[in-house]
Design a protein around this ligand. Sequence first.
Ligand code: IMP
Ligand code: ZN
Length: 341
Amino acid sequence: METFCKNLPKIELHAHLNGSLSESTLKQLQRIKNVDNDDISNFKFDHSKSTSECFAVFKIAQALTDTPDAVKLATSLTLQEFNDDGVLYMELRSTPRRNPKMTKVQYIQSMVDAIIDTSNLIEMKTCVLTSIDRRNTVEEAEETIIATIEMAKKYPHIIVGIDFSGDPHIGIFGDFTKILDTSRCAGLKVTVHAAEIPNEKETLEILEWKPDRLGHVTYNSERNAGSKHLWNAILKSQIPIELCLTSNVKCGTVKSYADHHFKQFFEAKHPISLATDDKGVFGSTLSEEYDICAKTFDLSEEQLWNISYNAISQIFANDDIKQNLSSKLIEFKNNNFKSMT
Ligand code: IMP
Ligand code: ZN
């Protein structure tokens, strides 16, 4: 099963750049910056931590990606790793930061440059989502959206959407809807981290706003601090959900893999994809996520192929890319499952 999961062409729709940095990438960034501290040994979780502890570790990587060159290098190395794991298409998200050494536009440009420079070297196709951090102000979000719209005009095939993320204990989704409307009017898709903590009121507001995709949706029903009404509203919405099993288990929002809400959404035939969230922090590749999912929920190779194939319709890139991914997945199926119809 492990080899199958590695070879299966996969679609990664929920990966944060700074949470995805591997130990070797962090070390390279340290060497370039001439810093030598053992901060990075605290980056990867070896056991479950609280959600607040989870959010604190991102600062370790962000301190190393504070110039355009560092963002570009971090992006290039991360793309290479996802490609080597058999990912065929990914949407890489990151919160553009402004500091005395770089503007938000330069931050986004560095990610784009890395994607363009690696495009001839790797098979994987990558698009960018910029993240709005809910801990920050609406003015800061506005700045990010203006920068994103400007860059999306220049690189419409690379910059395809906005992500709403950050510590769910801080900030209110409703404060950001007007500014998110602006990005939607500019043709950008939107994905929202939802129900990472029990907050039915906010989750219903998010559903009402109708994002193009949702992340996590952990506290979703009577079974886990939600209600039947909430569960029915999520299913009725048919909004695709990005599920990150190891991330949820390691942040302690889900007790164990067996308790993961993958099971309920899968059985309900709700559109879902599997994703890593922060592979550097949680120490799990997308292949490993597929393998864990298969072993926990007793899935066949055909069912895993279906999960990957169905994720194509959920991507934010255009129909040509969808067509291309579809052909590659079908080719894999024809070569690997002679009996599949
Ligand atoms: P960056 O946006 O590339 O700097 O990646 C790290 C950032 O992603 C963190 O500071 C958070 O704002 C966000 N992030 C990463 N994982 C999660 C998550 O599980 N929930 C919400 N936000 C997250
Ligand atoms: Zn996330």
